[in-house]
Write a protein that binds this ligand. Structure first.
Ligand SMILES: [Cu+2]
Length: 119
């Protein structure tokens, strides 16, 4: 009788383990990518945070006015660093990873000039 209970307990523990492992496989892995972007003002920051958040797989976007670094949390496998760089370029900014024509996009200071009070 005692061995029966012991083996049932063992079974239960093994099953719990199996369920746990299976659950973890289905969990999304969130990764973080930091990209320096050439925005200059609050408008640029807000625009990047708002627009980039619409990119599939992106969970969170925080652009720092101080470092001009955009921290992106994304679901592993749903997007890549290159795709994020492309998405930022599409919004209208160049990044530290931009190449060719994309690297020479007008800086935020120019693109947002109309929204800012004239000096
Ligand atoms: Cu700007």
């Amino acid at each position: 009788m005692k061995t029966k209970i012991a083996s049932m307990l063992t079974m239960a523990i093994v099953m719990m383990f199996a369920v746990n492992t299976f659950g973890q496989k289905n969990q999304e892995v969130v990764k973080e990518q930091k990209i320096k972007v050439n925005f200059q003002c609050e408008n640029g920051k807000a625009q990047i945070e708002r627009e980039l958040a619409k990119t599939p797989g992106v969970k969170e976007v925080i652009a720092s006015m101080e470092t001009k670094e955009v921290t992106i949390k994304y679901v592993d496998g749903k997007t890549t660093k290159d795709a994020l760089v492309k998405a930022i370029e599409k919004i209208g900014y160049s990044t530290e990873f931009s190449k060719g024509a994309a690297a020479t996009k007008p800086s935020c200071a120019k693109s947002c000039a109309g929204d800012r009070p004239k000096p």
